[in-house]
Design a protein around this ligand. Structure first.
Ligand code: HEC
Ligand code: HEC
Length: 275
């Protein structure tokens, strides 16, 4: 009698956990997500001032106050502080006369959205650049306009298209983390980031950015160090778009048509730390 009751309980617990641990997304979830794409912070930030000669010139003036030391008078990334930042291993401040751009919601090789630049300026880049949230939002938009005016062929007349977000974050169940682990293996993230995600993969010592400066892979067990944010939607964006000009490749081709599996990979990365 006792044994029977026990078996019954185990069976019930099994059924219950199967029900609770929804594997991946249901068809309904995917449909709902397609109707209303999840924001990956390309949503409008505050009201923007108009783009015209005056606001671009004001952007340049703000740039001279806040950015010139690092990004340089010619905006080519060669300000006086750049030397101290980058003589060993740190990336150079971005060259705004050329790009490429790392922090985008757009496909690899494309210019970023206005909102991507606004987000980077607002939040800063962990370890390398302060955030400028304390500047008036209108001023941050003017900085965006000034930067964009430096490569008109990339930013005028072109309407950048953000990547599609398929699905949304899934609960961090043991099953999801396990599926994410398998994707991490299959996508060979370990080649650079290492088996435990600590940034010590076999390719790590040789990685360099486009400017020939050594660029170590991120330590995935330290999400507070991620430059482009560590929320699930940030990780989804980083993995799909890659960080151009660095050594972090875009996974878009690899995950074409099965983008929703990325939410499991995101859970696996988040499981490597206690956030
Ligand atoms: C302390 C030095 C420093 C200051 C000050 C600074 N930056 Fe940066 N910035 C950097 C570095 C270094 C990078 C490159 C980081 C990387 O590639 O990982 C960078 C990158 C950027 C990017 C990234 C573009 C991309 O997606 O690749 C933008 C945009 C940017 N800076 C704008 C600004 C603006 C606007 C200001 C002034 C309001 C500013 N920065 C001030 C050091 C600085
Ligand atoms: C060829 C080497 C390489 C491979 C393969 C690679 N990465 Fe990276 N990854 C890097 C480098 C280098 C950086 C640091 C880039 C930088 O700071 O510009 C990075 C950064 C990251 C970051 C931190 C981003 C941030 O905001 O700072 C995450 C998360 C990440 N990689 C996840 C992955 C995942 C998941 C995979 C597998 C799908 C993967 N990487 C494959 C080299 C690689």
């Amino acid at each position: 009698m006792h044994i029977k009751k026990f078996t019954l309980r185990v069976l019930m617990a099994g059924v219950l956990s199967l029900l609770l641990a929804t594997p991946g997304l249901t068809a309904q979830d995917t449909k709902a997500a397609q109707r209303k794409p999840m924001s990956i912070e390309v949503a409008q930030y505050t009201k923007r001032p108009p783009v015209n000669k005056k606001t671009v010139a004001e952007g340049r003036r703000l740039y001279e106050n806040a950015c010139i030391f690092c990004h340089g008078d010619k905006a080519d990334g060669k300000g006086p502080v750049a030397y101290f930042l980058s003589r060993d291993t740190a990336p150079l401040p971005r060259d705004f006369t050329m790009g490429p751009y790392k922090f985008r919601s757009t496909e690899s090789g494309e210019p970023p959205m206005d909102e991507d630049l606004f987000r980077t300026i607002t939040k800063g880049i962990k370890g390398y650049m302060p955030g400028f949230a304390a500047l008036d939002a209108a001023d941050r938009w003017k900085l965006v306009y000034y930067i964009e005016s430096l490569i008109p062929e990339d930013f005028e007349d072109v309407e950048p298209v953000p990547i599609k977000v398929v699905g949304r974050p899934v609960p961090m169940t043991a099953m999801s983390v396990q599926r994410g682990y398998r994707l991490y293996q299959k996508a060979k993230c370990w080649e650079c980031h290492g088996g435990g995600g600590e940034g010590n993969g076999e390719k790590a010592p040789k990685l360099k950015d486009d400017w020939d400066i050594p660029l170590p892979p991120a330590n995935l067990s330290m999400p507070s160090s991620f430059k482009a944010g560590n929320r699930p939607e940030d990780l989804y964006r980083t993995i799909l778009t890659g960080l151009d000009g660095g050594a972090m490749p875009s996974s878009q081709e690899q995950f074409e048509g099965r983008e929703q599996e990325l939410w499991d990979l995101v859970n696996y990365i988040r499981s490597l730390s206690t956030l």
